[in-house]
Design a protein around this ligand. Structure first.
Ligand SMILES: [Zn+2]
Length: 92
């Protein structure tokens, strides 16, 4: 069982899996979408390389992110993944 703080990376991945609008934002405007999130260089590189195909199945998502199945499940089920859309403002 994973406990404790969940990394921003997991929240980003979890929400992008659930929310198609934010997934599109993440894929098309990755740099702008990642502003303000705490990410390691490895995590940032993974996100920069993600594509629509990374979200086809949970196994594709595991391969694209380098996360384990348990971490991907944790990311998708986490309340923080469900609560909030990504911060980039679409209109002022
Ligand atoms: Zn969203």
């Amino acid at each position: 069982m994973a406990t404790g703080r969940v990394r921003d990376f997991l929240i980003l991945i979890g929400h992008a899996w659930i929310c198609l609008d934010c997934r599109r934002m993440l894929l098309e405007e990755t740099e702008a979408t990642l502003v303000g999130h705490k990410l390691s260089e490895f995590e940032r590189e993974r996100l920069m390389e993600m594509a629509d195909s990374s979200f086809r199945t949970m196994m594709d998502l595991e391969a694209a992110t380098g996360l384990t199945a348990e971490e991907v499940t944790l990311a998708i089920d986490h309340p923080r993944s469900r609560l909030r859309h990504f911060g980039k403002r679409v209109r002022g």
